[in-house]
Design a protein around this ligand. Structure first.
Ligand SMILES: Cc1cc2nc3c(=O)[nH]c(=O)nc-3n(C[C@H](O)[C@H](O)[C@H](O)COP(=O)(O)OP(=O)(O)OC[C@H]3O[C@@H](n4cnc5c(N)ncnc54)[C@H](O)[C@@H]3O)c2cc1C
Length: 494
């Protein structure tokens, strides 16, 4: 083999691709604009606390297991299945709902508000399973060579699922359950795709199957960043070099190929093959200067919501707060509309709280707690002025304090806030959209930016804004799909 591959970006997609390629004998080097690896899956160490700053759990653990087998390594981190998956707290109700995977146990909590929950849930999950089974290999884990290829693949999905293309996630859940609480709880997973349930197509109810039945969610022992540290260690052993603080801003073409990439210090980087883990749409527009991805075209694409995240170190423990918690505001739909249409104020938000130190004592000083808040907010396309960020954050801290009966503000000894501006700058995200390009029907499968460049045959892409989409397991699958392309290319260009 012996071919050189230069990877731009050390996010999950870039790291997994590097593992796959290096284990097959390619000579791999990674260039990363930041001073540490991980991209959105990253870590902040401050004031004695260690915070995960992005993902807090992952699904489809078998994708990591398959990656390890493919690369002939032992998976370099430990993970545990979550059960309950998470807790959901409604405004004005002090008793949380805990999402157990055992449907019977789950049903116990809903017996007063959703009669016959167990039977309805089984029926709902059977339907979600059928969408998952029919699409996972045909649509999600496939390289499409053309739009026709994609459409032919779609024809293998049973036509009974067609109405799910017309309905929203919210409408689909409403066909099975009448209680507003159950509808809100089950539709929360659509936020994990970066959109609200009122605009996410019903086909994505397959995610209810993945969370409750298929493989659930997993925590990583020691925090999510152990994934990145483990992969970087493995890459070191394989001789892969990661060059940090190196941002690619330009290129030079030769005979239908990229000959070099150029960084912001004017240094040139040669290779036979180039693999881009930076956002596949943004890089095409800003660095490759492709007309169909210029600022005008990027602005017409659909982007996921932004995230306001903040990280608090407390000088006290919160033993009665679970590890993974969702706190819903007074009006679920009204807040969703603020995110997508009317971001005039961000009152009564919905937010998620993660207590990493609960099961990972080493992430906080003794007697202290480490909290990570994620609040879905409009992307910068809708709300670019974040001069109100302290007001929004303090409002959430007050709300959380009231709900848990502890004056959290008086215990804060470390505080860091990232608005969509910080996220945009950190990993070059368009409009600070947390998950990149959204999963609208016109932007998935054969319609998503491809993992191989339209113009240069030795240029490939991996990660959230190419196929199959956002989330950690999708980045692992994306690395597999892209590396298949690179191998095909290498075999005919040897
Ligand atoms: C707040 C938040 C919470 C999330 N929670 C979850 C969760 O719980 N579970 C889950 O599965 N997913 C979650 N996600 C999504 C998940 O983090 C992403 O889908 C995934 O990490 C994306 O990986 P990636 O490889 O596509 O890209 P990225 O992580 O974006 O990596 C791209 C890398 O490229 C670098 N780069 C960009 N441009 C250049 C350039 N020009 N030159 C050099 N380097 C460059 C960036 O610095 C970055 O390191 C969350 C995301 C966010 C923001």
């Amino acid at each position: 083999m012996g071919k050189q591959v230069l990877i731009v970006g050390a996010g999950v997609g870039g790291l997994c691709s590097a593992l796959r390629l290096a284990s097959k004998g390619y000579k791999v080097k990674i260039l990363e604009k930041n001073s540490q690896a991980g991209g959105r899956l990253n870590q902040l160490k401050k004031d004695g606390f260690t915070f995960d700053i992005g993902p807090s759990f992952f699904s489809m653990s078998y994708e990591f297991e398959e990656l390890a087998r493919d690369c002939n390594i032992v998976l370099p981190f430990e993970y545990q299945a979550l059960d309950p998956l998470y807790s959901v707290h409604f405004h004005g109700n002090n008793t949380p709902y805990r999402l157990y995977k055992d449907i019977h146990r789950l049903a116990e909590q809903f017996k007063d508000i959703e009669p016959d929950f167990e039977r309805k849930m089984k029926r709902y999950l059977d339907e979600c399973k059928s969408v998952f089974d029919e699409t996972v290999d045909v649509v999600i884990k496939q390289n499409f060579d053309s739009l026709i290829h994609y459409i032919i693949s779609l024809l293998r999905v049973h036509p009974k699922h067609l109405p799910k293309l017309m309905r929203t996630f919210w409408q689909e859940v409403g066909r099975y359950f009448s209680s507003s609480e159950v509808q809100q709880i089950l539709s929360l997973v659509s936020f994990f795709l970066g959109r609200t349930p009122f605009e996410t197509p019903a086909v994505f109810t397959l995610l209810s199957y993945t969370e409750f039945v298929h493989d659930g969610y997993h925590n990583v022992k020691g925090g999510m960043y152990k994934i990145v540290e483990g992969f970087v260690d493995e890459l070191n052993k394989m001789g892969v070099v990661i060059e940090y603080n190196t941002e690619i801003i330009d290129f030079q073409p030769r005979n239908g190929k990229i000959s070099v990439l150029i960084d912001s210090n004017g240094r040139v980087h040669n290779s036979d093959v180039f693999l881009i883990n930076a956002d596949a749409a943004v890089f095409r527009g800003r660095v490759m200067r492709q007309k169909s991805f210029d600022e005008h075209h990027l602005s017409k694409m659909k982007w996921t919501m932004g995230y306001l995240t903040f990280y608090l170190g407390l000088d006290t423990k919160l033993p009665h707060v679970d590890h993974h918690n969702f706190y819903l505001g007074a009006d679920f739909r009204a807040y969703a509309e603020k995110i997508t249409q009317h971001p005039d104020n961000l009152d009564n938000p919905y937010y998620y709280v993660n207590v990493l130190s609960k099961h990972n004592a080493e992430c906080a000083p003794e007697g202290c707690e480490n909290l990570f808040f994620v609040c879905p907010v409009p992307s910068l396309q809708l709300k670019s002025d974040w001069s109100d960020r302290d007001k929004v954050v303090n409002g959430i801290i007050d709300d959380f304090s009231q709900r848990i009966g502890v004056d959290v503000a008086s215990h804060i000894i470390s505080k860091t806030i990232y608005t969509p501006h910080e996220w945009a700058k950190m990993v070059n995200l368009q409009y600070g959209s947390g998950l990149g390009l959204s999963h609208d029907l016109g932007q998935i499968g054969g319609f998503r930016p491809k993992n191989v460049d339209e113009k240069f045959c030795n240029l490939f892409y991996v990660g959230a804004s190419t196929t199959p989409g956002a989330g950690i397991p999708m980045a692992v699958i994306s690395s597999k799909l892209t590396c298949e392309r690179i191998e095909e290319f290498s075999s005919v260009n040897n």
